[in-house]
Write a protein of this length. Structure first.
Length: 137
């Protein structure tokens, strides 16, 4: 998001706390999880919660971020060609996992799948999204 647009929002997510990830199965072996400690939003509003990072540089990274427009958690894929990024976002050609599903208990379910490797990670995330309110005269 544009920094000016983000700063002009009357209500915005400024940070997250108590980020907890619960895996339903072991993570795909070439990956590990890196959880941000008390993440804060950037000047553009980007609020990254955690990453699933490869143990080698030859496979993609996945980042979990707060989506201000949907008040939800989305997953992005990195270090891939634009076509692969689009396929992941649109969930085509065997890619899955860009959108999470919010449960009644407030947690978000995720399942990341890529063609050829299958399920990379599956589980849920809990967090407290900390909002700020812009007050003016």
């Amino acid at each position: 998001m544009d920094p000016e647009r983000y700063s002009s929002l009357s209500i915005k997510t400024e940070s997250a706390s108590r980020v907890r990830v619960q895996l339903d199965q072991d993570i795909y072996p070439p990956y590990e999880i890196e959880i941000a400690v008390d993440p804060e939003a950037s000047k553009t509003g980007h609020l990254e919660l955690f990453r699933i990072i490869p143990k080698s540089n030859s496979i993609p990274t996945f980042s979990f971020r707060w989506d201000h427009n949907e008040n939800s958690v989305n997953v992005d894929i990195h270090e891939v060609p634009d076509e692969t990024r689009d396929s992941f976002k649109k969930e085509k050609f065997g890619f899955r996992g860009h959108k999470t599903i919010r449960r009644e208990d407030g947690s978000y379910l995720f399942c990341i799948e890529v063609p050829g490797d299958g399920t990379i990670a599956k589980g849920s995330i809990r967090l407290i999204a900390n909002f700020g309110l812009k007050v003016s005269d």
